[in-house]
Design a protein around this ligand. Structure first.
Ligand code: NAD
Length: 297
């Protein structure tokens, strides 16, 4: 297929590489020239704007930092909608608020019947490189079946969540819970340590008892408990606290609009915000455990 791919950062670049490997012709656009040069060497075609990338494409994919970028890339003067053909399918994989996802999709539908889905991902940069991402897709059944085979070349689990916007809802609800559960595990591990139990023993008990969760058994925030977790390598190379803070901001804002309380989510957001203020926003989010520990020498 001839695919336009816009937004080639930590996630988008490896996703685009997997599509090139699968044999597609890619029209690429990003503000960063060096990533464009690198992908051009693999056979991608560099376009001068989102509009130019979309012209002649049979599918348009975007992977951008936040809602403002999605609006400008899609709706701007030189944006995707100015170049995309009638009825061409499209998907935005960025993590943004459900409201913006619905509004941009509505603008696309109005513009020549472009069917647009939201499909945020989980799995991080490792999953993007390995082609094992989970895609949470908000789309009509028909659009989902069109997108599924292409998304499957970048991911392992392609889940149809419902109509447009529901992919973003699934993503922010999951990450709301993840942000909270990591703090819960941190609190319990730090209390156990302060009271004098070996943290390996405590983690073993939790992981075979009712406190067990992903934050405890796969990604435990206590150093040395899980060898492969970021906690065991100085909280590097994982899911940055700044990204968690972004997702909690999306969740609490969506909750505000829906008049829905997210009490623990709001507290979690403040704790990650304090971490960011201390200059630790670049560390993996599990470093939130340090809020409960005496400063380490
Ligand atoms: P990133 O900042 O590494 O990449 C974003 C890319 O978009 C950059 O290359 C930037 O130059 C480009 N860009 C920005 N504005 C643009 C514009 N107007 N036109 C064209 N290109 C533009 O971000 P990322 O880590 O790749 O994340 C992308 C999205 O995926 C975000 O919404 C993020 O929340 C989500 N996400 C990230 C991860 C992760 O682990 N990094 C995991 C899951 C989801």
């Amino acid at each position: 297929m001839n695919i336009a791919f816009i937004g080639l950062g930590n996630m988008g670049a490896p996703m685009a590489r997997n599509l090139i490997k699968a044999g597609h012709q890619l029209n690429l656009f990003d503000l960063n020239q060096s990533v464009l040069a690198e992908l051009a060497q693999l056979g991608g075609h560099v376009a001068a704007s989102p509009k130019a990338a979309a012209e002649g494409a049979e599918l348009v994919i975007t992977m951008l930092p936040a809602a403002a970028h999605v609006r400008s890339v899609w709706l701007g003067e030189d944006g995707v909608l100015a170049g995309i053909g009638r009825g061409v399918p499209a998907v935005d994989c960025s993590t943004i608020d459900p409201q913006t996802a619905r509004e941009v999709a509505a603008a696309a539908a109005k513009h020549g019947g472009v069917a647009m889905a939201d499909a945020p991902v989980s799995g991080g940069t490792g999953g993007a490189q390995a082609g094992t991402l989970t895609f949470m897709v908000g789309a009509s059944a028909e659009l989902f079946s069109t997108l599924q085979p292409v998304l499957a070349q970048m991911g392992r689990n392609i889940v149809h969540c419902g109509e447009v916007g529901t992919g973003q809802i699934a993503k922010i609800c999951n990450n709301l819970l993840l942000g909270i559960s990591m703090i819960g595990v941190s609190e319990a591990m730090a209390l156990g340590d302060a009271l004098g139990i070996d943290t390996q023993v405590l983690a073993g008990i939790i992981n075979s008892s009712t406190g067990r969760c992903w934050s405890s058994d796969t990604y435990n925030p206590w150093p040395g408990v899980i060898e492969t977790a970021p906690a065991s390598r100085g909280y590097t190379g994982g899911f940055g606290a700044e990204l968690m803070l972004k997702d909690l901001g999306l969740a609490t804002e969506a909750a505000r609009q829906a008049h829905q309380p997210v009490v623990l989510g709001a507290v979690a957001q403040q704790l990650y915000q304090a971490m960011s203020q201390r200059g630790e926003g670049g560390k993996d989010f599990s470093a939130i455990v340090n809020s409960y520990r005496k400063p380490q020498s």
